[in-house]
Design a protein around this ligand. Structure first.
Ligand SMILES: OC[C@H]1O[C@H](O[C@H]2O[C@H](CO)[C@@H](O)[C@H](O)[C@H]2O)[C@H](O)[C@@H](O)[C@@H]1O
Length: 571
């Protein structure tokens, strides 16, 4: 399936990818579960992850036949009995599988990590790949219509807990960890799976579920291919990956995603935005989205909000004041009217990676074309996002009410001057981090931004209760900023990178010792504490956190095991 052509780029009238009858039915089950079992410990995603034991029509008839009270409700016993009889549990369609390339202590594993305690912990984190490794069960391959899980052929590494399926941008940091763990086959298998999604749907899905087909996630497939190729030198792998990367580049530059901005010099600049092909509640959070939208009066406003909710999920930052006109009201989400700094940094990297891989595999024409595309995007980022006075790249808001127009005229006041960790993500890209003067300016800006806290970089400065806001710190954000600073060649930037990485490693370590688990996000104010907020309870496992710890240790950002939380004040 290729990307549908929208009739307009207005966010409530764009394309909509149809959902399957199974998803529609599971949303009814989800709503019934909430009504029957109540909101305590309720996770809506659980119900759209169930798989059928028999045909949908047989299951629907059995559901319709359940005894109902006059107001239509079902008893707890009847409901639980029905679920047991007609469904396999969430996650049962994925089976544990030992990764083919896992060994308890790989040869050459973190050679510079000598400290006994740190090394022992790193080996424990490494061993978590076994817990997170899954294979799609043959049952899914036999009867795909019984499952919302998509039938990927290679083993996967899942983030963990409620995230039972492979996720797109998480996989980049999982792969960074797998490379430190010398698990090259597993890393390549993840990429092969993601490529198969591009072949089938035209883009990498948010996650490998039928209910995620309407959107992607931050595009880092090229970065995965680049890192695996540079580590293994596997030219065949690079050759096989290139066509998918070209297809993905088209997706992110499609009519719905790209926007032209006339800059202050009168030049047309093209940048990309998040834009989901959906205008209904997200099936995995249907009950929550319906409740959020209930504050709105008409169907068109609801459809608009549903598209904004899904587009925000596409950003990976679901949810954050970054995307809201009013930071305390989720119904004011306006993600499709924002040109995001980090998305464009990722697409710039995609262009550079494609240019590099094409050159490495002997295709000069593609290589030259993508070098030019990268230069054009860099210039666009400089004129639209860069704010010299602040020393940061700022998200650009398309003027109120003009999000449907083809072109926009740049206005300084449309740059969002609020501080987010994403304002520093371009540092990760070589075209920016190779400029010493620029790096020093951005580094000073980061230092005084208020984002650097006791144990890591905060996502924003606003404590909104949303998970992509203060005081949460997320592994990917720490990693991109730290790696960007470290790669700049500036001694001062390297030392700042080490400082942040050590704080991050330390809080991951202390939290692991206290809770026995790696966490999805951390509270950057409190050493050893995990993060919170958002629409689901904090999760453990956790793919990208494990990957970033291993990548930091591999890059020699050392943790002294005798340092404790008390010392965090001395940073
Ligand atoms: O179920 C709610 C949302 O959960 C996911 O988002 C969060 O977890 C993902 C997996 O770790 C991560 O990629 C994302 O950045 C997190 O915010 C999911 O991706 C959303 O689409 C979903 O609606």
């Amino acid at each position: 399936m290729s990307t549908p052509t929208p009739t307009s780029t207005c966010s409530n009238s764009g394309p909509v990818v149809p959902k399957t009858p199974l998803i529609t039915f599971l949303e009814i089950i989800q709503k019934t579960a909430l009504n029957t079992l109540g909101p305590k410990n309720f996770d809506p995603k659980l119900y759209v992850d169930l798989s059928l034991k028999s045909n949908l029509s047989i299951t629907q008839n059995a559901f319709d036949d359940l005894p109902r009270t006059p107001n239509g409700s079902v008893s707890v016993t009847d409901f639980n009995g029905f679920i047991q009889n007609y469904f396999n549990g969430a996650g049962e369609d994925l089976v544990y599988t030992e990764p083919v390339d896992f060994v308890p202590e790989p040869e050459g594993f973190l050679p510079d990590v000598m400290n006994r305690e740190v090394r022992a912990w790193a080996l424990e984190v490494h061993s978590l790949w076994k817990n997170l490794s899954r294979k799609v069960s043959d049952r899914v391959l036999d009867r795909p219509e019984f499952h919302t899980l998509l039938p990927l052929t290679k083993p996967v590494i899942i983030p963990g807990s409620r995230f039972r399926e492979v996720y797109y941008w998480d996989s980049y940091w999982v792969i960074r960890g797998l490379l430190a763990s010398k698990m090259y086959e597993t890393a390549k298998g993840i990429v092969t799976n993601l490529i198969s999604l591009i072949d089938e749907f035209g883009h990498v899905l948010n996650g490998a579920r039928a209910y995620y087909t309407n959107r992607s996630e931050p595009p880092l497939l090229s970065a995965m291919v680049y890192d695996i190729y540079t580590r293994t030198g596997d030219v065949d792998f690079a050759i096989k990956s290139l066509p998918a990367l070209l297809k993905e580049h088209k997706f992110w530059n499609s009519e719905i995603h790209s926007v032209i901005i006339h800059d202050a010099e009168g030049c047309n600049r093209t940048l990309s935005r998040y834009y989901a092909m959906w205008n209904k509640p997200r099936p995995e959070s249907s009950t929550i989205d319906i409740e959020t939208a209930s504050k709105l009066m008409n169907d068109s406003a609801k459809q608009h909000l549903y598209r904004e909710l899904a587009s925000t999920a596409e950003s990976g930052w679901d949810f954050s004041t970054r995307w809201m006109r009013n930071g305390s009201d989720l119904t004011t989400l306006a993600t499709t009217s924002i040109m995001p700094v980090d998305l464009n940094a990722f697409i710039l990297k995609m262009e550079l990676d494609i240019a590099f891989l094409a050159n490495a595999t002997g295709d000069c024409t593609i290589s030259v074309h993508f070098h030019e595309a990268a230069q054009a995007r860099k210039q666009a980022m400089n004129s639209v996002f860069w704010n010299a006075e602040m020393g940061q790249w700022l998200d650009y808001w398309l003027s109120n009410g003009t999000a449907c127009k083809q072109g926009h005229t740049w206005e300084a006041s449309n740059q969002n001057r609020n501080i987010f960790a994403s304002n520093f993500v371009p540092l990760w890209i070589e075209l920016f981090n190779s400029d010493r003067t620029l790096v020093e300016q951005v580094m000073r800006s980061l230092q005084s931004s208020g984002l650097i806290r006791a144990v890591g970089i905060a996502t924003s400065l606003t404590n909104s209760g949303q998970q992509w806001d203060f005081p949460n710190g997320w592994a990917p954000l720490q990693h991109m900023i730290v790696e960007g600073l470290a790669r700049s060649g500036s001694k001062e930037a390297r030392s700042m990178a080490e400082d942040i990485a050590v704080r991050w490693i330390r809080t991951n370590y202390i939290a692991y010792k206290k809770s026995g688990a790696m966490h999805e996000k951390y509270d950057v104010e409190k050493c050893g504490e995990f993060g919170g907020g958002g629409e689901y309870i904090p999760q453990t496992g956790f793919g990208w956190s494990n990957g970033v710890v291993l990548a930091f240790l591999e890059d020699n950002f050392f943790l002294c095991a005798d340092q404790t939380c008390q010392e965090e004040e001395s940073f």
